[in-house]
Structures are given as C-alpha cells and as structure tokens.
Write a protein that binds this ligand. Structure first.
Ligand SMILES: [Zn+2]
Length: 384
C-alpha cells in the first residue's frame, strides 16, 4: 500500500535540494543513495559531459518478476526552474507550497517521488511486474537536453510514462513540434545627427519586418512569438545591429515550416527596400537566420496500449481519465520520436514555474497509487 508519510517525507527531502538545469549533481547523488538502499541497479549516463552539466541522466532498471508482463518505462526530470535559493516548503493542511520566494520544485520532483513510492510498493507487496526502466533525467527545462542525449538502445520498454503534468485525470497524448530561431540584422552605422542618410538602421529594418508578420495564435494548432529583441548602442548612432529570438510551434509540421518561412521572408522583404547608394557605393542591410528544431510533435492515438493502460488503471480507481493536447514539449516528445510510445501523466503539481507553485498531498498519494495500478493493469497487455 502507498505510504503517505513516507511519500511526503521523501518529497520534502527532494524539493529542498536545489537542482537548476545542469546543476543536478546533488539531487542525483541523493537519488543514487535511495536507489542503492532499495537494492536497485542504477548508473549515470554521459549526458552531463555532452551538455556541460554537473551529472548525466540517472538510469535504473528493475528486472521482471513475471515474464508475461510488458516492460514499462517511467520517467521524471531532476532539474527545476528558478528561483530556487532557500526553498522552504510549507505545509498547509493537505497542501505543500513554496514560501512564496522560490518555486516549490514539484515540477518535477513529484514525479520522481511517485515513481519511487511505486517501486517500494511493488517490492513490499510483491506485486508482479515486467521489466521496469526508470529515467531521472537532467536539463529538461532548457530544451529536453537530458532526454535528447539518452541512449535509447538501453531500454527494453516499448511504452513510456512521463510523470510531468498537472492534472492526474488528464493525460497528454498530443504535443506540438517547435522551432527556435535567432535572427541577426546588420545595418550601416552613421552619426544620427550629422549624416543619418549615410546609415541603415537595423532597428528600423527589424521593426518593419516584424510589423509585417502574423504572430501569436496563427490557427488552432499553430503559434508564433518574437521573444527578445536587442540592438543599438546609443541615441546618436544609427543602429547597425539587432538580434532577435523567436519561436514557432505547431501540431502540424508543414504548418510549422510555413510559419517559419513566413517570418524569415518578412525580414528578406525589407532588405531591398533599405538598399541605397552612399558616396557612389551601394549599401544594403544583411540578414541571417539560425533555426533549430526544439522538439518534434507527438500524437499518440487514444486506442494505443500506452494510453489505454493509464485510462483503464484510472477506471479501476474510479477516476475518469481523458486525453489532452499539450502546448509545450516534454520528454514524451523525445521518447515518441525514438519509437517508445509515450504519454505524459499528471502528478497534481499546480502553478508550476511560479513562486505560487503547490501540490496536494492527496494528489501525490493518488498518483503513486495510479502508477501501482498501471503496473497491475499492464498484465493484460502481455509481453510483446
Ligand atoms: Zn516539468
């Protein structure tokens, strides 16, 4: 049976360990100790070296106790967003919240403790299960970096459950693709008071281009945003440089491409308009784009075993679990991309990425129970 006191104690221990992205060394060390005390085989992979972090992803595996059960993968990330300095969780009846000056870190330490509690219950109650892969990864919050550096050949599981969402009764089975862009515009510097006509303002080029763009909510499944804009040096200098960062997302990869092209074209359209001849020499602004794929869309049908398994486990517990379309990327996008069918399961965490973050103890208990029930339910899916 899920042990509420043990679950809460472990959660409080974990959230008090600060673990910003790439600074997960302490929390990984703590978790290695926990896994060792449970007699679970584990190791850190080399993702930390590849991304310049303190440590790699923490991988654990539990051998099957019954070969007829399918292999399952449970995953939660060790890093949190800030501010984290001096996290002091406060208990308020059923609620655990931050003291208002930091995040709580239930994103995603609630996922980690629910997985640990599930493993403890499986062992204590001798609940039969198939092979279990566990991933506690790094640097999720800064572009799914830990998951992107996983060696997927090491996993037996063909189904993955990413514990990294808010509501327990809504699982995310669809999420968009996203691109991150950096645009650089170079103009021509000139004295703004003496001879501005000899310059080209990179700021003006950028403004006119952005003004022509369709941004924000493009359609039901597509969004775009200019995130930052920096440039110029002084009021009396015609600015010769502007750097802009932006993103676009869509559930439809073709629409994502079209939106990114539209944004690029808006800049290109301005270049010839600003072309001029100064002292017999032709000058034009220049433009550069760097477009990076942030994550690739996922779309898992509700009929898929990975979805049905959670839904049916919920049903056994009297919870009606429904599908939800996510607006952001999670490690689930990465697992699906690598052929491990994955959905994102909620833990009850609320107001994440703010200093108002909180979670109900009853939800932590419910989530841990759901995981145990999922393992029990998995018997029906066989080991294919
Ligand atoms: Zn998260």
């Amino acid at each position: 049976m899920v042990n509420k006191d043990r679950l809460v104690k472990e959660f409080l221990n974990l959230v008090k360990i600060e673990s910003l992205s790439k600074q997960e060394g302490q929390v990984a060390k703590y978790l290695e100790g926990v896994l060792s005390s449970m007699g679970i085989e584990h190791y850190l992979d080399n993702a930390g070296e590849k991304i310049g972090g303190e440590c790699g992803n923490l991988i654990a595996r539990i051998p099957a106790t019954n070969p007829n059960y399918p292999a399952l993968l449970f995953s939660a990330h060790m890093d949190t967003v800030g501010p984290v300095h001096g996290i002091a969780p406060m208990m308020d009846g059923d609620i655990i919240r931050s003291n208002g000056s930091t995040v709580l870190g239930s994103d995603d330490k609630s996922g980690i403790v629910c997985i640990l509690e599930c493993l403890r219950v499986l062992a204590e109650d001798k609940i039969p299960h198939g092979h279990i892969d566990i991933v506690f990864d790094v640097a999720e919050e800064i572009g799914l970096l830990g998951a992107k550096h996983l060696d997927f050949s090491q996993f037996q599981a063909k189904m993955a459950f990413v514990l990294d969402d808010e509501d327990i009764d809504r699982i995310t089975n669809r999420a968009p693709s996203a691109n991150r862009m950096t645009y650089e515009i170079r103009g021509v510097e000139a004295h703004a008071g003496m001879e501005p006509q000899k310059g080209i303002s990179a700021i003006e080029v950028a403004s006119r281009a952005i003004a022509e763009m369709t941004l924000g909510r493009i359609d039901q499944e597509t969004t775009a945003n200019i995130g930052t804009i920096n440039g110029g040096t002084a009021t009396n200098i015609v600015a010769n440089y502007v750097k802009i960062t932006a993103e676009a997302r869509s559930h439809d990869p073709a629409k994502l491409d079209a939106q990114c092209e539209h944004m690029k074209q808006a800049f290109l359209n301005q270049l010839s308009r600003f072309e001029k001849t100064v002292d017999g020499r032709k000058i034009t602004p220049t433009f550069m784009e760097d477009r990076q794929q942030d994550f690739v869309a996922m779309s898992v049908p509700e009929s898929a075993p990975v979805f049905q398994l959670v839904k049916n486990a919920g049903k056994r517990m009297g919870i009606e679990i429904t599908a939800k379309s996510g607006g952001g990327g999670t490690d689930g996008n990465v697992y699906n991309l690598h052929g491990i069918e994955s959905v994102v399961v909620g833990t009850g965490m609320k107001d994440v990425h703010t200093v108002k973050e909180y979670i109900a103890i009853s939800d932590l208990v419910l989530c841990a129970r759901l995981l145990v029930t999922m393992v029990e339910e998995s018997a029906k899916y066989g080991n294919k």
